[in-house]
Write a protein that binds this ligand. Structure first.
Ligand SMILES: C[S@@+](CC[C@H](N)C(=O)[O-])C[C@H]1O[C@@H](n2cnc3c(N)ncnc32)[C@H](O)[C@@H]1O
Length: 196
């Protein structure tokens, strides 16, 4: 089964797969992201919307969150839960297309970067979608080894979707002219890089 059909099939029970997420891990992500009221943010590979309520609150009524995912089934679940939030839009597209209504302050890839087939191409598409001075966040709510182990257990195409270690990621980011700002791989995997 290819990645697209894997995520289409998983959408119905994705929230059960994720389980309950510890508040400390979410806090750790948001402390390091540094989001401001009024920011415009794209949540790439938004899935069923795990980050949407937090992002919606962080940007406030003058900001905007674009939840982008290539899986209609994932987005349907996200919309059912968070379609009422007035500062959130839903966009069904591949990261390589990025059809946003405007340039954004921040692009977030939580739990999805390893699944991009052409990682450098995806980083270039994200770079082009950011405002000057904008930032990219690549994060996971577990560390690299835990996530990679999970992907290997799932098998098939997903087993090939491994998270790069921080020095490999740094090299990829610099190749596309991103300047790494914060990177760590502890309880959570987190990298923030600026559009230089
Ligand atoms: C592991 S889930 C993470 C979902 C959510 N960000 C979270 O933290 O729960 C990965 C998501 O990335 C999406 N995805 C994978 N490859 C993609 C691509 N090339 N373009 C857009 N979305 C993609 C999948 O459909 C899936 O919803």
């Amino acid at each position: 089964m290819d990645r697209f059909h894997f995520f289409e099939e998983q959408a119905k029970w994705w929230d059960d797969v994720i389980g309950s997420v510890e508040d400390e891990k979410i806090s750790m992500l948001f402390e390091n992201m540094s989001i401001f009221k009024g920011d415009k943010i794209v949540d790439i590979g938004a899935g069923t919307g795990l980050l949407i309520p937090y992002l919606s609150k962080a940007v406030g009524s003058n900001g905007a969150v674009y939840a982008l995912d290539f899986s209609p089934a994932m987005l349907r679940e996200a919309k059912n839960k968070f379609g009422h939030l007035r500062n959130v839009g839903f966009i069904c597209a591949d990261v390589m297309e990025m059809p946003l209504p405007c340039l954004v302050n921040m692009a977030i890839c939580n739990g999805c970067f390893p699944h991009f087939l052409d990682k450098i191409g995806a980083l270039r598409a994200i770079f082009d979608a950011l405002l000057p001075g904008g930032a990219l966040v690549i994060s996971h709510l577990s560390n690299k080894d835990e996530i990679n182990q999970k992907h290997l257990e799932i098998g098939g195409e997903i087993a090939k979707d491994l998270i790069p270690n921080l020095s490999e990621l740094e090299a990829m980011l610099r190749r596309v002219n991103f300047e790494p700002v914060v990177m760590f791989d502890e309880d959570v995997y987190f990298a923030k890089a600026a559009k230089s």
